[in-house]
Design a protein around this ligand. Structure first.
Ligand SMILES: *Cc1c(COP(=O)(O)O)cnc(C)c1O
Ligand SMILES: [Zn+2]
Length: 396
């Protein structure tokens, strides 16, 4: 297995056991906990100049801080997405700057590509012939694309309500797709049944140790694009929390490497129809309770039982951030407000971050000199129909 020099193995977040990544491929062999890639940070010699000199064209430009070298990567030059200034929104929020990290400009139109490039690299290094996952949609599309690139078969379990683009493109990439009636948990149950029978390699959320590892590069890019200044707040549309946990890890790494001073406050934005993280945060708990009847138009964050909630809640508290829920009507209005006001096309699910930011601003969470980052996790092309029918519902 080809790994980077400083990659020192996988550490269990629950029992602290350290494992060889050749042997441990998914969850902790000892206790079943989440495994987290670990590095010898003393062996990583990078400074601002190291990165400033490199072209900004792929997340693999941070390869010293990733488990696998760029030459081994299953990649389509994902990442390196723009950070777009939104001055109108900054005025409305009463802050110095609002910038939107536009992850819609990834190969398959969502930030899920950052997780799947690393997960499929690991799968190929482990000699997998078949990868599998259950997904609300975007992760399934990304997995099918990166599996095609790696030359392995993808088995994707999607709920019936995932969007047309996701389903169509899994087929187009040659993936084996199972569409399950109901929601993400129903797709998850069908996936679990299949996994009990098959020898497939999981690329599922926090089952592989490598998806949050890929997504941490969003934070690296954001601070580099801000000339190594730490933003005051990062508002993230949160489902399973892979991106939020990854970005918080990325911030701690850069801080410990003396590349930045301090951590951005991480805010989890959810839809009020499925807000287990917000509920747990507000109740001061360290773990969520499963949401009974999830119901939101935001499919990508309709995750009623996010298994990594302790890591998400710890990131929110450790960074001095918070959690906010807004309803679907406000979220769709926010998607349209950003598209109309700034030109930037924002999908329905990521608009939970915009909507959450408006609410946080109204609650006084931000200061006048703050820089606030919103994550546009997927292209509006994925749910243009949802946005358009919202307008139709208003007679437009
Ligand atoms: C998957 C997804 C999310 C949530 O991602 P997590 O990191 O698992 O919380 C948010 N937005 C979109 C568009 C997604 O596809
Ligand atoms: Zn363990």
């Amino acid at each position: 297995m080809e790994t980077t020099a400083a990659f020192a193995g996988l550490t269990c977040v629950d029992c602290d056991g350290r494992f060889d990544p050749e042997v441990a491929t998914h969850r902790c062999p000892g206790c079943g906990g989440i495994l987290d890639p670990t590095y010898e940070y003393d062996a990583i010699e990078v400074d601002h100049g190291t990165f400033d000199e490199r072209p900004f064209e792929s997340m693999w430009r941070y390869e010293e801080l990733l488990p696998f070298p760029r030459e081994a990567a299953v990649t389509m030059d994902e990442g390196a997405t723009p950070l777009v200034d939104c001055p109108g929104m900054a005025d409305e929020l009463g802050v110095e700057r609002v910038v939107i990290k536009d992850e819609g400009r990834n190969p398959t139109g969502s930030f899920k590509d950052r997780g799947q490039t690393v997960a499929l690299t690991a799968a190929r290094e482990h000699g997998a012939s078949d990868v599998a996952l259950a997904s609300a949609g975007n992760a399934g599309q990304a997995a099918a694309a990166y599996a095609a690139r790696a030359g392995v078969d993808a088995h994707v379990f999607l709920p019936a309500r995932s969007n047309h683009t996701n389903k169509a493109m899994v087929n187009v990439h040659g993936g084996d797709m199972t569409v399950v009636g109901g929601r993400i948990d129903d797709a998850g149950a069908a996936y679990a049944d299949a996994m009990a029978e098959e020898e497939w390699y999981s690329v599922g959320t926090f089952v592989t140790p490598y998806r949050h590892e890929g997504k941490k590069t969003m934070l690296y890019e954001i601070v580099e694009q801000l000339d190594w200044e730490v933003p005051d707040a990062v508002v993230y549309p949160t489902g399973g929390g892979v991106g939020l946990v990854g970005m918080h890890k990325g911030a701690k790494e850069l801080r410990d490497l003396d590349l930045i001073d301090g951590l951005p406050a991480m805010y989890a934005a959810q839809a009020s129809g499925c807000a287990p993280i917000v509920e747990a945060f507000e109740a001061g708990r360290g773990r969520h309770e499963p949401w009974e009847t999830p119901d939101t138009i935001c499919g990508g964050i309709e995750i009623p039982d996010p298994g990594a909630s302790p890591l998400i809640l710890e990131a929110l508290r450790e960074s001095g951030g918070g959690a906010v829920a807004t309803d679907d009507e406000e979220i769709l209005e926010s998607a349209i407000a950003v598209s109309k006001g700034e030109g930037l096309e924002m999908g329905a699910t990521p608009a939970a971050a915009a909507s959450g930011a408006w609410t946080l601003a109204a609650e006084g969470a931000f200061d006048g000199d703050d820089t606030v980052v919103l994550l546009n996790t997927a292209s509006a092309n994925k749910d243009a129909d949802v946005l358009r029918s919202h307008l139709m519902g208003k007679g437009i």
